[in-house]
Design a protein. Structure first.
Length: 415
């Protein structure tokens, strides 16, 4: 009799676990459905970038494991997980506010798009997507803003503007970390790249990691092996590294990052022999040794941050932001002119010896990496899908979720 009771009890427990798992699957499907419905109302020019969410393979859940364990964690309050439409109840307008803010600013200054994309990469690559790159220097830690790889980062003021809009509508709800990755996604779309679904619910770090940023961020001068090692340390394989570097399809590259390839490559007092000679002449016309030394990373011109108060008003500073960003001598990545085929020119240029950065041109030096360069150069649809997938993966690196971290009211300082 005791054995029968024990067996019945075990069967009962098994039924409960199966029920919980099925309910979790239902919840997941409902999230996908609501997310799809949300984007059905987008305009025609946006809809061409939308992928079916179900066409993407599932990404690793950094804060959770199995569906049953996720349910138990939610019940015990151990730790939340990222989810689609995380702010559905607390700030349903959040993603729309971010989207419209980025688009309004983009109309005034298109350069903010690559700046926001680069900002997201530099944030996520250092201790995860936690908005630590946004923190200003303060007593007790070395700000990532002060690290050499981040000296030329822009877009901080754009995040300030977006955050002020969010705080006005939903005070203390939307994290800076979510703002950064969602703004980067909108920037990709605006420059002709793909839409990709993103879960939200990230929390903000209470520390910045300047020393780690100095040593872990990839360098424009990295050779192939060092580049692969750098990306591999964050969980990216060679295919993903090649597709992620496709972000160099847009924006500008300052001369100081590649001028050695034009005039004194490896101490030879000559140009990099792997470069197309006509392309060398083109770059030299944009970047001579005198121009490259005119401006340091910290320009003497008034910085945008000096124009933005602690509570910036988008309507009052948008024109000042557009005029205040003084550019160093640089070369546009889309030097043949902007187009809808985000990525195609970048990879085609590498095959022609017309890569601007050394690290980019190195992609043709390896058998596997060159294979993917060739594939993306000839198939923009393949690149768009791979780029969307790798941006999803990047945006999920090392995230903090409740109760870890915080939601900053001012992205520049710990609350």
């Amino acid at each position: 009799m005791d054995f029968t009771r024990k067996l019945s009890f075990l069967v009962f427990l098994l039924c409960i676990l199966i029920s919980l798992q099925n309910q979790d699957d239902i919840d997941t499907n409902n999230k996908f459905s609501s997310h799809d419905d949300k984007y059905c109302s987008l305009s025609d020019d946006e809809s061409q970038y939308i992928f079916d969410i179900n066409s993407f393979p599932p990404l690793p859940m950094f804060a959770t494991t199995s569906p049953v364990e996720r349910k138990l964690q939610q019940q015990t309050g151990v730790r939340e997980s990222l989810k689609y439409d995380y702010y559905h109840q607390t700030c349903p307008q959040a993603e729309r506010i971010i989207r419209s803010s980025v688009r309004d600013l983009f109309k005034k200054r298109p350069q903010i798009a690559p700046a926001l994309l680069r900002l997201a990469f530099h944030d996520c690559f250092v201790e995860g997507c936690d908005a630590s790159v946004l923190l200003d220097p303060a007593e007790g830690f070395h700000s990532e803003k002060e690290s050499p790889p981040n000296e030329s980062l822009k877009g901080f003021d754009v995040i300030d503007i977006i955050k002020s809009e969010l705080e006005e509508t939903c005070p203390g709800v939307v994290s800076c970390a979510d703002t950064v990755v969602l703004a980067a996604r909108e920037s990709v779309i605006l420059t002709g790249g793909p839409f990709y679904p993103l879960k939200t619910g990230r929390r903000d770090s209470v520390a910045s990691f300047g020393e780690i940023a100095t040593f872990e961020l990839p360098s424009p001068q990295d050779d192939l092996s060092k580049m692969i090692e750098s990306f591999s340390s964050k969980g990216f394989d060679e295919r993903e590294a090649v597709s992620l570097l496709g972000a160099h399809s847009t924006g500008v590259i300052h001369c100081k990052f590649f001028i050695n390839r034009l005039y004194n490559f490896s101490g030879t007092n000559s140009s990099d022999p792997t470069m197309n000679s006509e392309f060398v002449s083109l770059l030299r016309s944009k970047c001579n040794t005198n121009q490259a030394s005119l401006m340091s990373p910290a320009s003497k011109a008034q910085s945008p941050s000096q124009l933005v108060s602690s509570s910036p008003s988008p309507s009052s500073i948008i024109d000042e932001l557009a005029s205040a960003l003084v550019e160093e001598p640089a070369m546009k990545m889309d030097y043949e002119g902007p187009g809808a085929n985000f990525g195609t020119l970048y990879y085609r240029s590498l095959l022609q010896g017309r890569g601007i950065l050394y690290v980019d041109q190195q992609l043709t030096a390896g058998e596997e990496t060159k294979t993917w360069v060739q594939a993306y150069a000839s198939d923009v649809s393949l690149f768009h899908k791979d780029f969307g997938l790798v941006m999803m993966k990047l945006s999920n690196l090392g995230v903090l979720t409740a109760p870890m971290g915080q939601v900053r009211k001012d992205c520049r300082k710990v609350s």
